[in-house]
Design a protein. Structure first.
Length: 388
């Protein structure tokens, strides 16, 4: 037996032994009663088994040209290549170069074909199959369709995760509180509530956030970006929730109703603050003077009386204010903005208080079909009533 034949024989024995050990079912273990039917691995909890099973459902990216087998992991694909009889050499048709093993030969072929680069985002990929999957990001192709609902997906992994929403299965369970999740991403975010981890740190003010979406929303504080614009009054907002709450001013919708007094509110935060008027609860206490507040915003604004802080400064005249409300109201002096308007007479107001004191009276004339609108303030009406 030649030296090369002896090395090849030992390598094949090693690989066959490895594959045999990998696929051999584990011996029964009372501490780990849940066994994977695919690879034989055992787990102590059913949720851990379910999470592990997802690793077997990945897309098969690596294809063997000799037998047609497909693999989801590169290591498994490379190990499989050793199961085929080794050829003496691999010759490149482009340049005539010879290689002793298939792995080196395939790697060399990329020198001629080059990495597959996406023309839209300039990302590069070593394998054509991975490149094609990536292109779905741009083409919006969604070949994986759910047979239980109209949803479709670009990637097999996303489709598999979605299937769990129909089965009700939640393989990711929190060891701290027992809460379960369908997706590993949501599970990881939840864990940060217990660990206090905040990996996203703002470089401008050093605030930290546990999730990327909150971090991106916070960045708008510094950039001034307000992507949500009201079509009716032109006012813009940096957060979607604030934008939706604002729309209720125009629609008149008040979905939050107090069960004690039946008063309704358009904003959840205002509703919760209103509840304190019934309970008398004032959870925010000032350590300087002992004064208590039912609203957090009032408490924070009050603290500035002691500190003298005025963080809101006007760029046009240099005036400073201790609250964002006072600051925004002042800006209207320069911009001429009048965001509050009467639905009856369309009159505009700079301040919400002016709109509240404004009274609209519809005067019907028997000799005319159309109605005239007379506007006056509550105070002037009261003076006329006293005079008469």
């Amino acid at each position: 037996m030649s030296c090369s034949e002896e090395v090849s024989s030992k390598r094949n024995q090693h690989v066959s032994g490895y594959m045999g050990n990998k696929l051999k079912p584990s011996d029964p273990d009372r501490s780990r009663p849940h066994q994977c039917l695919t690879c034989g691995k055992c787990f102590s909890r059913i949720c851990s088994l379910r999470r592990h099973e997802l690793s077997h459902t990945s897309e098969e990216l690596y294809h063997c040209e000799q037998c047609g087998s497909s693999f989801s992991q590169l290591n498994a694909y490379k190990i499989h290549l050793y199961t085929h009889p080794e050829e003496t050499s691999y010759c490149c048709n482009k340049c005539g170069r010879d290689f002793s093993d298939q792995s080196s030969y395939r790697q060399h072929l990329r020198d001629h074909t080059g990495p597959y680069q996406c023309e839209q985002c300039e990302k590069s990929f070593s394998y054509l199959s991975i490149y094609k999957i990536h292109m779905r990001v741009h083409t919006k192709e969604k070949p994986y369709c759910c047979d239980q609902c109209p949803k479709s997906f670009s990637f097999l992994s996303s489709y598999k995760r979605h299937q769990l929403s129909h089965s009700g299965e939640k393989p990711y369970q929190c060891d701290f509180c027992g809460k379960s999740f369908t997706q590993s991403g949501h599970f990881s975010l939840h864990l940060r509530n217990h660990t206090g981890e905040k990996p996203y740190e703002c470089g401008q003010c050093e605030k930290s956030f546990s999730d990327l979406s909150s971090y991106k929303i916070h960045q708008r504080v510094h950039t001034g970006e307000k992507p949500y614009c009201c079509d009716q009054c032109g006012r813009s907002f940096s957060q979607l929730g604030n934008y939706k709450s604002h729309l209720r001013i125009h629609t008149g919708e008040k979905p939050f109703q107090c069960e004690l007094c039946k008063k309704s509110f358009s904003i959840s935060k205002t509703y919760k603050q209103h509840i304190h008027t019934h309970t008398g609860e004032k959870p925010y206490n000032c350590k300087e003077c002992g004064k208590s507040f039912g609203r957090l915003s009032n408490y924070i604004r009050h603290l500035r009386i002691h500190t003298g802080e005025q963080p809101f400064s006007c760029d046009q005249c240099g005036k400073c204010f201790n609250s964002s409300y006072s600051y925004n109201r002042h800006l209207r002096v320069h911009t001429g903005e009048k965001p509050y308007w009467c639905s009856q007479c369309k009159r505009l107001f700079t301040r919400s208080q002016s709109l509240k004191t404004h009274r609209c009276t519809i005067i019907h004339d028997d000799d005319k079909r159309e109605s005239e609108v007379s506007c006056s303030s509550t105070k002037s009406n009261l003076q006329k009533q006293v005079t008469n």
